[in-house]
Ligand binder design. Sequence first.
Ligand code: GDP
Length: 460
Amino acid sequence: MNSPEDTIAAIATPLGEGGLGVIRISGPKAIPVAQSLFHSLKHQDLSNATSHTCLVGTIGVGAAVDQVVLTIFRAPNSYTGEDVMEISAHGSPFLLQKILNLCTSHGARLAGPGEFTARAFLNGKMDLTQAEAVAELIRAKTDKSQAAALAQLRGSLANKIRDLRGQLLPLLAQIEVGLDHSDEDHNFLLRDELIRTCTKVDAGMNELLASASSGKVLREGYRVALLGRPNVGKSSLLNALLKEERAIVTPIAGTTRDTLEETLTLHGIPVILTDTAGLRVSTEDPVEKIGMDRTRQSLAQADLVIGLFDGSEAFTPEDAQVIEAASSRPHLWVINKMDLPAQISANELHARNGNAEAISLSAKTGMGLESLLAAIERNALQEKAGASEAQWLLNVRHAAALEHARTALAQAVQSARDKMPEECIALDLKTALDALGEIIGETTTEDLLGEIFSRFCVGK
Ligand code: GDP
């Protein structure tokens, strides 16, 4: 993470023309930076302005760039916990870039992805599950995922984790007291109580894990089949995805690996990608027949089918077959070759098949790849969450930490049953508590934080 002494700035609204565009500045110099650029219409002095007020004025040095509304949030009562200035300008990428350049030439630096939310976390304005909920809320595309993300932002998951930790903490405290007294009765009572509480906490964790499909996905991997006629770019997309996620996981037990199948980790989820042989109109050729059988098999096993289309060519009857074949399974559409002039639009695919998500990208340039990765992750994790009234969006990071905590608790129970020394039990309890603490961010590493916040967009 970068120094908290830096003052950071970024465009917080999506780039494109709109009524408004917002630039956010946060850090110890946020007010001086704004002061050097902003001229209040009523000649109000920014250094005296109260928190949570808005001033109208012009922005610019020398010549005015735009007429804006400046909103002032003083530390600690802001999103990041620092002094924050929000400049609401007119929504023009050109204007916003110009204002942002002024901010960076007057003492701010460009914010990294997720840096505002990272600061909110580091300044204790939110825990890690809430920070993750911000990203989920921005990404949410269904009522249920939106409701779950909002509940998580309000602390639903963190409270549940704190409750589980709260049940384990007294046990650890008791053991630590007990280590100073070698009283047999005390030990006997404690071991009994420990087994009872650990079993109860374990059930709570299991219930949490059951609320999302991530547990199963983590263990068995998520099967994604690429389907498309020849030359739409299936191999190119596969290669681009493999390159994007440099870390290739070891093969998952029970999955066959041949040249058509690759396993990669996508934000921690093992994804088994199959490049299908494709569907052909003619089935006379025995080699093609084998290929088609294999394609059918991959489709039947797929948790998600990605129908791939060549966006630079008009829609063909073979493309229509892809739509038909993919529609029997959970699916999404990818329009490839967006670096070339477009001949197919998402609307055209929607007209042919309901409302499956359609993502435009270029396997060649990598443009849009991140949206596809995010869509695969969403599908992998929310299958089940979407079907229930989920109060949170359990992600792979949470699930892995819960599994880790469960293993440690099982070990603690076993040690208690085997009358192992209390030091051993204490160690297992600590491991479980740390794993739970990792979920809310009470025990974290810089690497973990970097990995979480790098997935945010700049300006969030
Ligand atoms: P497959 O038969 O579906 O596996 O398709 P390939 O991955 O072999 O790609 C077919 C051709 O399209 C190759 O010449 C690729 O270089 C080209 N191609 C693939 N993706 C893109 C893309 O995003 N943009 C452009 N311009 N060409 C692409």
